[in-house]
Design a protein around this ligand. Sequence first.
Ligand code: NAD
Ligand code: UFG
Length: 351
Amino acid sequence: MNSILVTGGAGFIGSHTCLSLLKKGYTVYVLDSYINSSPVPLQRISIILEKENVKIDDKLTILKGDLRKESDIKKIFEIALKKNKPIEAVVHFAGLKAVGESNKKAIKYWDFNVLGTISLLKVMEDYDCWNIVFSSSATIYRPKKNSLMDENHELGPSNPYGVTKFVIEKMLNDAFRSNQKWRIINLRYFNPIGAHPSGLIGEDPLGIPNNLFPLIMQVAIGKINEIKIFGKDWPTKDGTGIRDYIHVMDLAEGHLKALEFLINEKPQICNINLGTGIGTSVLELIKTFEKINNVKIPYVFTGRRKGDNAFVVADNSLAQSNLNWIPKMNIEHMCRDGYLWQINNPNGYLK
Ligand code: NAD
Ligand code: UFG
């Protein structure tokens, strides 16, 4: 499998994955509407590869288009056919991801995430393309006590965003049941953070971020005054929430391993966690960021956030055994690379 369509390839995880795919020699087609991104990260990818002496020639093709429109998806499949490098697999990132917004605008989330995926699967069938890696999320699990979650952990998303990921997984299961040509992997990401070590590409949230790590980065450069820590009485070692933070470059590598697995194994659908298996508390993340980057991150404690959880950490043994994927980066790497990206790009991709 050499030619890959990356939906949402201009986004945070998509851009880092495109970089890894191109570096490995894949031909990459990107379809993105830029609703939550811009063309800049894709330009920066070429700069990074040039610096690393990796020639990509015409291996990167970008089309601005909306996944909810079958005609846009067909356009990119046709471009690939004309280049004589038909799309053999899809890595499907495109979608909306803000939990808070999804609570207020549920139908918008069903439209972008579910309808977008339906259009994609229809066109894939039309073009005889049966391989897909889907960006799912740990948010579909119902966290219980402080134990690692494997792929058989009880499901139960608590917000419309999570529900869309859950129903897309169900839909993909039905797709496989109805036609066993499909090869499908649902990758359930835990908390992707960090940036490419060049500091040229990274996470660029629109407006004020909601998630902890982008907030820490913005406090570090003085854009935001302090972190509000949501609760200090969680049943954890220091009373603050614990998450499984994973470096975005390790996550990108997980997609390459997933594609290799798809091609080498029999047609199937499987769910695989991508996390490090290591839990880090809010306070630990802040302290590590301060130490590694020699900056001060002021914080105050406030009440718990509605619907929040104490402990969300992956059991990643399936990714290790099936995909032969082992994360290489630790929290210090994540804090170092994230900060470099943020100080070099205080306003994200906007100059
Ligand atoms: P992102 O918003 O940075 O990237 C998503 C990309 O999809 C953006 O470039 C956006 O413009 C594009 N897009 C959205 N709707 C589109 C449409 N209809 N047509 C074409 N393009 C469209 O998000 P990300 O952090 O890179 O996340 C990528 C995927 O991973 C998403 O599906 C997200 O739900 C999932 N995920 C993310 C996280 C996380 O914490 N970042 C965790 C778990 C799962
Ligand atoms: N936190 C704070 N203050 C903040 C923001 C977050 O204390 O201002 C805490 C939270 O309480 C939690 C931790 O930092 O303990 C991480 O919170 P995030 O919002 O960064 O991440 P979540 O794990 O809550 O959720 C994220 C994404 C979801 C995704 C999920 C995957 O927002 O979309 O990770 O597990 F599904």
